[in-house]
Write a new protein. Structure first.
Length: 701
C-alpha cells in the first residue's frame, strides 16, 4: 500500500516477481520485467505508476499495469514523476496497460510479436465443370450449357446462356484447390490504455502487435512503422480439358468428299496457379482448427424487441438453430438484412469470437483448480486488497438459481473485465464499444442487455447463442457460455465465461492483427510513416509525415493525411465516414500486380472511400496526382469529391494477362491469351471535380 519507491542500476523482476503499490515509482538504468520457469512477472500500481529508466525490457507475458495513470520516461524528478526520454522501450509479447492515461517518452519504442508462426492450410477443394465456345473467352457452368442438340452427323452443338452456339467448343472438368497462409501461433505485444496514449519518440515500431487507446492516441514521433506480416492465397486448378468439334475425314478417292463425325480430344488441364497477397489475423492462441461456415448471410428475419414482454420469438427459418460453438480464437460473423438509420441504409452484422480460455501464466493471477472458490482464476489479493470488482455473478444471479446449471467462473471480476476488453478489441478494433469510456459501466450495461435478451428468449445460461438467436439481437450483449479449459495437470474443467456479441455495421473495423487505434488518432511524424497494418480512429484519424506510405488500412470518421513530400497508397485502403483529405507534394494511389510475363493478375486493389451523405473526399497535390487502377468513391448523397494537382493529374491503368494452352495434336490446339487494362474509377453521388494546373491525362478511366 501507499508509496513504493525503488532505485537500482539494474532491476530484474522475473518469474514469480511481483512489485505492487498504490503509487509506484521506479528509477533504474535498466528494467527487465520478464518470465522464468513458466511464470511471468508483474509490476502493478493501484493508482499511479512512474518509471524512469534508460532501457525497459518487458517480455514474454510479463505485465506492467496501472489502474490509473502511467508515465514512462528517462528519470524521476523530485516529485517522483517520470520525465525526460528513456533510450529504449521493448515490449516483446507482453502487456503495458493503464486504466486511465499512458504517457511514454523513449527514443525507440518497439512493440513486437514473439512467436508468429504460420502454416499453409487447405481452405477449399471443389469440383468445377465449365464450357467455352471456340474463339470466345467467357466460360459458363456446364449445367447452364445445352449440348443435347446434334446434327445428322451426330455432331453436338453447345448453346450458351447468352444464345451463342457452336459445335466447336471446350469442356473443362477440374478440381479447384485453395490454400491459404494462416496463423498457427501468435504472441503479440500490447500497449493499451482506457484513456489517452501519448507517444514521444524518435522511432516507433509496431510489428504484428497492438497499440490501442480508449481515448486519444497521439504523439510527436520521428518515424512510425506499423508492420503487418502478410500471407498468400494460392488457387490451383487441375483436371482435364476436352475439345469438341466436327471431325472431317477424307474418304477414299473412289467415294470422293469427306465424312463428318463427332470429334473429341482430351488432355490435362493445369493452368498456372493464382497467388494473391492476404492479410493475416494474428490474435491466435490455438493450434489451427477450421470450422465450416464462419460467416452467414440472412435475407429475411423477424426482429425481437428487447423491451417487449418476456415471450419467446419464433426462430428465424432457414438459419441454424443449434448453439454456435467455435474453436478458441475463431471469429464468426452473421450478416443481417439492410436497415435504415438516420436516413441512411446500413448493413448490420453480429460478430462473436470465443474468449481466450488459455489459463494465464502471469504472476498477477493464481489458478485454483479443485478449490471451493467460485472462480478458477483469482487476481492476487495482495494487489486487489480484496476489492470487489463487478463480475458475471451479477448476471447469473438474475438468470438462474438451478445449481445444476452453475459452473465455476473462469475468473474473478477483475479477470472477467479483462476478457471482455480483449473480445471487444478483437471484434471492433476498439478499446470500448460506442457510447462507453469506462470498463465497469460497459460490463454492467452489456450484462443488463444480455439479461433482458435471455429472459425474453427464455435462454439457458451457459449455452451459446445459435445463429438464429443471434439474428434477433438489436444491441450489443454479454451472454454467459460454458467453456472447457485445460488445467496445468492436463485434466479439464467446465467453466462459465462472459462472451460478447457485438452488433456492428458491415465494413466496420474488425482487426485483430497489427493495430494502432483510438477514439482519435493524431500522430505527427518528422520523418516517414509506413503502414501495412491498420490505423484507425473512431472519430478522427490525423497523420502528418515527411513521406507517408500506406499498403494496409487507414480509416476513421474523418481522415486527414498530410505528407510534406510524397503520399503513397500502394494497394491499400483509406476510408472515412464523413471526410477523407489527402495533401502532399505528390500523391500516388495504385493497385498492385502479381505474376510473371505470361500470367499477371490484380493482387491488392487500392481504394479511397467516403461513406456518409454530404461527405467530402479531397486529394490535393502541389505537384502531381497519379491514380493507377485505383478506386476513388464518395458513396453518400450530396457529397463532394475533388482531385486537384498543381502540375499533372494522371489516371492510368494496369495491364493483366492470362495464358492457357491446350494441345491435342497437329492443327488441334487452343492457345488463349487474355489481356485486360484496369483503369481508375472516380465516382460520386454528388459533385465530382478534377483539376490540373498543367496536363490531365486519363486512360481507360
Amino acid at each position: 500500500g501507499g508509496l513504493t519507491h525503488l532505485t537500482a542500476n539494474t532491476l530484474n523482476n522475473t518469474g514469480t516477481g511481483r512489485i505492487y503499490g498504490d503509487q509506484l515509482a521506479l528509477q533504474t538504468g535498466t528494467l527487465n520485467n520478464s518470465a522464468q520457469d513458466g511464470k511471468a512477472a508483474v509490476i502493478a500500481a493501484r493508482d499511479r505508476l512512474d518509471i524512469g529508466t534508460g532501457t525497459l525490457n518487458n517480455s514474454h507475458h510479463a505485465q506492467i499495469y496501472s489502474v490509473g495513470d502511467m508515465h514512462i520516461g528517462g528519470q524521476l524528478d523530485n516529485n517522483l514523476t517520470a520525465t525526460g526520454q528513456a533510450r529504449e522501450l521493448n515490449n516483446h509479447a507482453a502487456t503495458i496497460e493503464a486504466g486511465n492515461n499512458l504517457n511514454i517518452q523513449a527514443d525507440r519504442i518497439n512493440n513486437t510479436n514473439a512467436g508468429l508462426v504460420t502454416q499453409v492450410v487447405e481452405t477449399e477443394k471443389s469440383p468445377h465443370h465449365d464450357a467455352v465456345l471456340s474463339g470466345r473467352t467467357t466460360r459458363y457452368d456446364w449445367s447452364q450449357v445445352d449440348t443435347s442438340r446434334h446434327n445428322k452427323h451426330g455432331v453436338h452443338d453447345a448453346i450458351m446462356p447468352d444464345g451463342s452456339r457452336s459445335n466447336n467448343f471446350y469442356e473443362y472438368q477440374y478440381t479447384r484447390t485453395v490454400n491459404e497462409t494462416q496463423v498457427k501461433q501468435s504472441d503479440p505485444g500490447k500497449i493499451l490504455a482506457g484513456g489517452h496514449i501519448t507517444l514521444n519518440s524518435a522511432q516507433v515500431t509496431n510489428h504484428d502487435s497492438q497499440i490501442v487507446a480508449g481515448g486519444e492516441l497521439n504523439g510527436e514521433i520521428g518515424e512510425l512503422h506499423n508492420i503487418a506480416t502478410q500471407g498468400e492465397r494460392i488457387t490451383t486448378d487441375k483436371g482435364r480439358q476436352t475439345h469438341w468439334y466436327a471431325k472431317k475425314k477424307r474418304l477414299k478417292p473412289r467415294f470422293r468428299g469427306t465424312k463428318t463425325s463427332q470429334g473429341k480430344s482430351r488432355s490435362g488441364y493445369h493452368p498456372a496457379p493464382v497467388i494473391e497477397t492476404i492479410d493475416l489475423k494474428t490474435l491466435a492462441w490455438q493450434d489451427h482448427t477450421r470450422p465450416q461456415n464462419t460467416d452467414i448471410t440472412i435475407t429475411d428475419r423477424q426482429t425481437g424487441q428487447i423491451h417487449a414482454a418476456p415471450t419467446a420469438v419464433k426462430p428465424v427459418s432457414g438459419i441454424n438453430d443449434q448453439p454456435l460453438v467455435l474453436p478458441p480464437g475463431q471469429p464468426f460473423e452473421l450478416s443481417l438484412p439492410p436497415e435504415t438509420v438516420k436516413g441512411q441504409t446500413v448493413d448490420p452484422v453480429i460478430r462473436v469470437v470465443t474468449p481466450n480460455t488459455r489459463l494465464p501464466d502471469n504472476s498477477l493471477y493464481t489458478v485454483q483448480p479443485g478449490s471451493d472458490s467460485h472462480y478458477l482464476v483469482e487476481t492476487d489479493p495482495k494487489f486487489t486488497q480484496y476489492k470487489q470488482w463487478l463480475g458475471s455473478d451479477y448476471m447469473r444471479q438474475q438468470l438462474t438459481h438451478d445449481p445444476a446449471l452453475v459452473h465455476k467462473r473462469l475468473g474473478d471480476g477483475f479477470y472477467e473485465q479483462r476478457l471482455v476488453r480483449d473480445q471487444i478489441t478483437q471484434l471492433t478494433g476498439r478499446r470500448y464499444l460506442p457510447g462507453y469510456n469506462n470498463d465497469e459501466a460497459q460490463f454492467k450495461a452489456l450484462m443488463d442487455a444480455g439479461i433482458a435478451f435471455g429472459q425474453q428468449q427464455q435462454l439457458t445460461p451457459g449455452v451459446a447463442l445459435s445463429p438464429a438467436q443471434m439474428a434477433l439481437l438489436t444491441s450489443d450483449i454479454i451472454w454467459l457460455t460454458n467453456q472447457t479449459v485445460t488445467l496445468p495437470d492436463g485434466t479439464t474443467e467446465v467453466v462459465t465465461v462472459p462472451q460478447v456479441y457485438a452488433r456492428v455495421r458491415q465494413g466496420d473495423l474488425s482487426r485483430d492483427g497489427t493495430l494502432l487505434a483510438g477514439n482519435t488518432v493524431a500522430l505527427n511524424s518528422q520523418g516517414d510513416i509506413t503502414n501495412s497494418g491498420t490505423i484507425s480512429g473512431r472519430d478522427v484519424t490525423q497523420l502528418t509525415a515527411s513521406n507517408l506510405t500506406n499498403s494496409g488500412f487507414i480509416r476513421g470518421g474523418k481522415v486527414d493525411l498530410t505528407a510534406q513530400q510524397t503520399l503513397t497508397n500502394r494497394g491499400g485502403q483509406i476510408q472515412g465516414d464523413d471526410r477523407v483529405t489527402l495533401k502532399g507534394r505528390d500523391i500516388t494511389s495504385a493497385s498492385t500486380l502479381r505474376g510473371d510475363e505470361a500470367n499477371r493478375w490484380l493482387d491488392r486493389p487500392a481504394g479511397i472511400y467516403v461513406q456518409n451523405d454530404k461527405g467530402t473526399l479531397s486529394l490535393s497535390a502541389i505537384n502531381n496526382v497519379q491514380l493507377t487502377a485505383s478506386d476513388i468513391k464518395n458513396a453518400g448523397k450530396d457529397g463532394r469529391a475533388e482531385i486537384t494537382a498543381g502540375h499533372n493529374l494522371t489516371l492510368d491503368t494496369l495491364s493483366t494477362n492470362r495464358t492457357e494452352q491446350g494441345n491435342w495434336g497437329k492443327d488441334n490446339y487452343r492457345h488463349l491469351t487474355q489481356q485486360q487494362d484496369i483503369g481508375s474509377q472516380i465516382t460520386g453521388a454528388g459533385e465530382v471535380t478534377l483539376q490540373a494546373g498543367q496536363d490531365l491525362t486519363a486512360t481507360a478511366a
